[in-house]
Design a protein around this ligand. Structure first.
Ligand SMILES: Nc1ncnc2c1ncn2[C@@H]1O[C@H](COP(=O)(O)OP(=O)(O)OP(=O)(O)O)[C@@H](O)[C@H]1O
Ligand SMILES: [Mg+2]
Length: 378
């Protein structure tokens, strides 16, 4: 008989053992799916909770092939992984979701932009350059084609003076969009081609860290825009032919136009609230999609605000959390600590989700949480 996901010898491998993997394992336990993790750090957030934990570099060809060879399905929680190794695993009959060609495209912001252009998916106008000497018109948004994450590798160049700071090497130059709102739609697609989207959420960024500070669910946009955003996310997922989860980050411009900013072929920071606030969490949905199960209902059960717990500036060292008890007294507050021992300025150390029947009440509670709970060095 074919192996079933709940069988003892069935193994799902994840490249990357950070917080996304950790929350994924929490859901996988409910399905009795055994999880193996590959991560370079022995102290990674997944280290103590995976069924099998391998310390190794997910960018190294042989390490990834050796890790994946005896797995039934391999997935990722970070897209900066060795794609050639994943292609080899696919050849050997391992199911790799998202598929290597999708990961390859997403790893390069330049290829991503060309993909949107080719498929007529609305996106900001852009130019690909190989050297900063090609920058002519300011202001402009400069993005490293490869290797950036969490806002690192993205900068706005406004004046001639800023050019000194311009990144070296292959980059995308994008028009500076007048953004009204940043929204995200997470879409799931399984091998049978079933597709489901989570309702759009709204993201508020910390301008210093260039990181998501607050997430509001549902997004405060009209229902036509919500439907448009949903359709756009589905279109991207179907044109990619992805199996797995895909987060589609979009800008709603001041002119009321929706533009795709970028995509992530995995669980995403913009879906953390789904654990408490939607019928199915993004982690469960990812599991269902890569194991070709029927996808779960995604509707909002209750409005939510998610606050990222970022390491305080000027603090580096063993982490401690100030104000924990105070926030835990507030009804509807859900704490997630990622188990990272060392805090660094703006490092994602955890998150808090606040659920409330009224989104505005949840918002004011979230501001209080933000001001009360601090991650500092001991
Ligand atoms: N063309 C643009 N015009 C205006 N603002 C932009 C543009 N591109 C990016 N930004 C701003 O910079 C942020 C980070 O850009 P982007 O999402 O491309 O980078 P990233 O490092 O991959 O992000 P992350 O990993 O945090 O999702 C965006 O969320 C947005 O606030
Ligand atoms: Mg982004």
């Amino acid at each position: 008989m074919a192996k079933e996901f709940f069988d003892k010898d069935f193994k799902l491998g994840i490249l990357g053992g950070g917080q996304l993997g950790r929350m994924f394992i929490q859901e996988a336990v409910s399905y009795n799916v055994k999880i193996a993790v590959l991560d370079p750090s022995k102290d990674a957030p997944c280290a103590n909770i995976a069924d099998e934990f391998t310390v190794g570099d997910f960018n190294d060809y042989q390490t990834v092939v050796d890790f994946g060879a005896n797995k039934d399905v391999v997935t990722i929680e970070i897209e900066h992984v060795n794609v050639e190794a994943l292609k080899e695993l696919e050849k050997r009959g391992v199911k790799v979701f998202p598929q290597p060609h999708v990961i390859e495209l997403v790893q390069d912001k330049g290829l991503q932009k060309e993909f949107y252009q080719k498929h007529e998916i609305p996106t900001s106008s852009f130019q690909l350059i190989s050297d900063k000497s090609e920058i002519k018109n300011l202001p402009i948004v400069q993005k490293l084609r490869k290797g950036g994450y969490d806002g690192r590798g993205v900068q706005v160049l406004k004046s001639e003076d800023d050019l000194k700071e311009a990144f070296e090497g292959a980059c995308v130059l994008e028009e500076l969009v007048a953004i009204d709102k940043e929204i995200s739609v997470i879409v799931a697609r399984n091998e049978d081609g079933e597709v489901r989207t989570f309702p759009a959420v709204e993201l508020e960024f910390n301008p210093k860290a260039n990181l998501v500070e607050f997430l509001f669910s549902p997004a405060n946009i009209d229902k036509h825009k919500k439907a448009e955003a949903r359709d756009l996310a589905v279109e991207v997922a179907e044109k990619l032919g992805i199996v797995g989860l895909l987060a589609v980050e979009m800008f709603l411009t001041e002119d009321g136009e929706l533009l795709v900013n970028e995509i992530a072929p995995r669980t995403h920071n913009s879906g953390h609230h789904t654990i408490e606030a939607n019928f199915t969490s993004q982690f469960e949905q990812h599991l269902r999609s890569v194991l070709n199960m029927p996808l779960g209902k995604t509707e909002v059960m209750i409005p939510a605000v998610m606050v990222n717990l970022l390491g305080e500036p000027n603090n580096e060292g063993d982490a401690t959390y100030l104000g924990l008890n105070k926030i835990l007294k507030t009804p509807g507050v859900h704490l997630h600590l990622y188990g990272k021992t060392t805090t660094k300025p703006y490092r994602k150390m955890g998150h808090v989700t606040i659920i409330n029947e009224d989104l505005n009440t949840a918002k004011s509670m979230a501001r209080k949480v933000k001001n009360t709970l601090k991650v500092v060095a001991k």
